[in-house]
Each structure stands twice: as C-alpha cells, then as structure tokens.
Design a protein around this ligand. Structure first.
Ligand code: GLY
Ligand code: MN
Ligand code: MN
Length: 492
C-alpha cells in the first residue's frame, strides 16, 4: 500500500514536471497580434452589436481515434487558442456586470485530470488569462450559467451552423455551447428559420464573414514572415525531390520525401492533403490518392504540396520529368504554362482585378494551344468542354489568397498591397482528349506564391526553380536521399 502511494506521488511529480517542462516554439503570433485583430473586428462591427465565434469541432476518424485537431482559422486569428470546445464573444461597446467592465469574454474547456493524462494539458480559464492575455475567461459550463441578454443588442453576429457537430459525453462541449447559444438568442430549429424570423430578429449571419474577409485578406508583417517560412520550407522540399527523383519511385514515397523536409524544418502539418500525380494522375486536379507504386520513365510528375508553419500554409506546385529530361511535347506545354504564369505575374499589382490576372494567363494558354494545334481556334466551341462547361485544358482559376487556410479568406475584387496570393496556371491533357495522341497524359501546373506590392508583386517561392532548363539542371545534382538504403520487406 505504502509502495503504491509512493509510486503514485512519484508519478504525480513526474506528470507535473512534464507539464512544467512543456516547451513550444517562440515564434508563434503574439498575444498583441490577436488582441489587435479583435480590436479591428470591433471597429468594423455595427453599433450595439455582439459577435460570437465558435471553435472548430473535433472530427472523428474512426472509433477511438480523432483527426488531428485543427482550430477554426477565424477563432485562431482572434485568440491564438488552439483547443476545441470554446466560444468567444466580442462586444462593440463596453459591458458592465457584477462591478466589472469588459468588451470581450472567452469560454474555454475546463480541466479534466483523466483526459489531460491522455491528451495533454489544457489551458483552462487561468491559462486563457495568463497565456492568451484575456482579461476575463470562463469555463464552458459558465456559458449556460451566465445571464447574457442577447435581445438587448441591435445585431448578434455569427456564422450560421452546419449542424455537423457531435454531442460528446464531455460537459459543455461544442455541441452544448452551440445549443446554449441557440436557446439564448432564440435561433430557429433549422438554418432556414433565420430567413423566416420576424423582421425584429437581431440575428445576422452575413456581416461577420464580410468583416473577416476584409481583415484576413490583408496580411500583417508577422503573418508574412510566417508565410515566408512555410513557403521556403515547401520550396526546399520541392528542390530536394527534384534532385532525388528517378523512375521506379512511388508517388507515396515522393510525398514522404517532401513531408520529411517539412518536418525537418519544424512545419507541423501539411496545409492540405499533398498532391503527387504522375502522368494521367496529374490530370486529376486534386488527386490525393498518391497510390502509383512505380512511376514510369518518360512521365511527368505534378507535385502540389504546402507546408503549414504555425498555422500558415504555402501552396506550391512544380511539375517535373521523372527521368530528368522533358520530352519535346512536354517541354512545349511546360514552357507555355511558364509563359502564362509570367504574364499573370506581370498583370499582378495593387489596383488590378483578380480577373485580369486570370485573363492574362488564359490568353497565353489559349493562343499557345491554337499555335500548337490542340485547338483549331479560340472560339468557345473548340475550347469549352461541353461535359464540364470549363475550358478544356485549363479548367480552373488561377489565383487565391493563402494564409491560415490554403484557400484563404479575402476579397476577390481588386488586388491590394500585402495580399498574399497564388498564380497557378495549368494545362492538363488526359488520354482520350480530342487532339494528337502525342500530347496525351501531359499534366502541367506551375504554382507560386506572391506578395502583392504597390508596384507589382514579389515572388516568394523562388527557392525552387521554375524554368524547364533550370529544373533539368537541378535534377542532375545529388540529393541527400540518394544514399538512403533501407532493407527490402521481402528480405526479412
Ligand atoms: N493545392 C490546392 C490549390 O492549388 O488550390
Ligand atoms: Mn492553389
Ligand atoms: Mn496548390
């Protein structure tokens, strides 16, 4: 018995010293960043309003295993909090209750020794004050207890619910917080109810997204630093794989080499599922199976991968010949996409429209494909695939914001200084396309990340070569992975 007590005391000391020794990187966004973002939201909120933000749900993978938790980007942007089951209230004006005055409240998960033994320490309300620098923080169950009169506000701003949150056994989990909120504000039984609410309803599910698009689309210096880091890591991965690639490797293995480099440089995750498609697979725009066991000599491989560093994700695509040398047809298509991307870059400057950047790339692609004989003319009859309604060989857009999301929130009218966007033209010619067979199964996308400036734009993903001859030259170099000599599973 005495032994058991000593052992459990020892274990307790051990657990507490673990939690004291927890170290985390010191280059996360600062509390001041998040605080300033909350102020900016408040500035843009309508008079006499409250904004309510919920954390992302935990997603179940299967049975006892959940997916790695990913915070809702708006919630992270405004709080720095990376745990689930939380809600943030921002008030336009100072509120007074029980002798204190405040303009924001956060409710976070309460402590739970058993769960923390499995999943790690929770911040708790004291941590939200100490670590996240909130003046007033409460635990989840307090949200139901607290008498917040939402009817006194002219507007209650929130994102409408997707009704895809599980009710777990945990007290005041996200499901309960949402149900409590719905009850407090008189939210109808389904989302349609908002539209049919009497005119006097103060519920507003539109305004908040407008505010968040305006804010998140323009990056601060700190955000640009994190994005640059994510982009450098991604391009170093592309570069190393260019050197390592040879016929016979598998798509999964190539994915693994990229992701090893991500982790080596402390990027926590991939910003989206990695796309590694050889030959025909590269023509599938969001191909994520990455199954092909042996990439064939003569194939192109399209690699669209982005490292996520402290929440911010890159989005970079390189397309390279697996044997190190483009064929004549591959090079013609590749160089055309490169020329299209350069035209897009030329058009990209503060004040220009997003659509003008797309148009600059599409003009080069469409005219170039006429010259190469893949289209008879640039009339819609030739260029539009009637089955998809899209341009046959360049069927997607060319630009999107990147940031906390790979397709980040932002405005899509005019380009503004300090937006960070992709320019990603592509040409995909799956076998069976109505053109000479010599073009079949050539997929090319070149995707780079750009910072919009007053005068133009700055290429951020310049560490990995983009020109066909520079790629071929790099592919002759030796890679750290060339000497990787692991035993075969058949030799056990
Ligand atoms: N990686 C997805 C995209 O390029 O939009
Ligand atoms: Mn993209
Ligand atoms: Mn991409």
């Amino acid at each position: 018995m005495k032994k058991a007590i000593v052992a459990s005391i020892a274990l307790f000391i051990c657990i507490s010293s673990w939690s004291q020794k927890l170290t985390k990187p010191d280059d996360f966004l600062t509390n001041d960043f998040h605080k300033e973002r909350r102020e900016l939201v408040r500035d843009k909120m309508p008079d006499n309003s409250v904004a309510v933000f919920f954390a992302n749900p935990v997603r179940n993978r299967a049975n006892d295993v959940n997916y790695v938790y990913h915070q809702d980007p708006n919630f992270y942007y405004l709080t720095g909090h990376r745990e689930p089951h939380a809600v943030l209230l921002l008030f336009k004006d100072k509120q007074k209750a029980n002798g204190s005055s405040f303009n924001e409240l956060i409710f976070v998960r309460q402590h739970d020794a058993l769960r923390e033994m499995y999943d790690g320490a929770r911040l708790g309300k004291e941590g939200a004050v100490k670590e996240l620098d909130f003046k007033l923080a409460f635990e989840g169950p307090d949200f139901a207890e607290m008498n917040i009169d939402f009817s006194k506000f002219d507007k209650v701003l929130f994102y409408d619910f997707e009704d895809d949150v599980r009710n777990t056994s945990e007290e005041a989990d996200l499901y309960d917080l949402i149900e409590t909120f719905k009850e407090k504000v008189g939210y109808g039984k389904d989302a349609m109810a908002i539209e049919t609410e009497p005119k006097s309803s103060n519920l507003d599910t539109e305004t908040l997204d407008n505010i968040m698009r305006q804010l998140r689309g323009i990056k601060t210096a700190d955000e640009i630093d994190l994005l640059k880091k994510a982009i450098d890591i991604s391009t170093l991965g592309q570069k190393e794989v260019m050197k390592a690639l040879e016929p016979g490797m598998s798509e999964t293995e190539i994915q693994g080499l990229h992701e090893f480099i991500f982790k080596k440089y402390q990027a926590e995750y991939e910003g989206y599922p990695s796309i590694v498609g050889a030959g025909h697979n590269g023509c599938v725009l969001h191909y994520i199976d990455n199954y092909k066991p042996e990439i064939e000599d003569g194939e192109l491989i399209l690699m669209d991968l982005g490292a996520e560093y402290h929440g911010y994700t890159a989005d970079v695509t390189r397309t390279i010949p697996v044997n190190g040398k483009f064929t004549k047809e591959q090079k013609l298509i590749y160089d055309l996409v490169y020329e299209a991307q350069e035209a897009g870059k030329e058009a990209c400057k503060a004040g220009a429209s997003f659509s003008s950047v797309y148009q600059a790339t599409a003009n080069v692609v469409n005219n170039g494909l006429v010259e190469l004989g893949l289209y008879k003319s640039t009339s819609d009859k030739d260029m539009v695939n009637p089955e998809t309604g899209r341009n046959r060989y360049y069927p997607h857009g060319c630009c999107h914001h990147i940031g906390l999301d790979v397709h980040d929130k932002g405005e899509y009218a005019a380009l503004e200084e300090n937006m960070v966007i992709t320019i990603e033209p592509g040409i995909y010619i799956p076998a069976g396309s109505p053109c000479d067979e010599k073009w079949w199964d050539i997929p090319v996308r070149i995707e780079d990340d750009y910072l919009v400036t007053k005068e133009g734009c700055e290429l951020l993903s310049d560490l990995a070569p983009r020109k066909s001859d520079e790629i071929e030259a790099l592919m002759t170099e030796k890679s750290i992975f060339n000497d990787l000599d692991l035993p075969s599973l058949d030799e056990k």
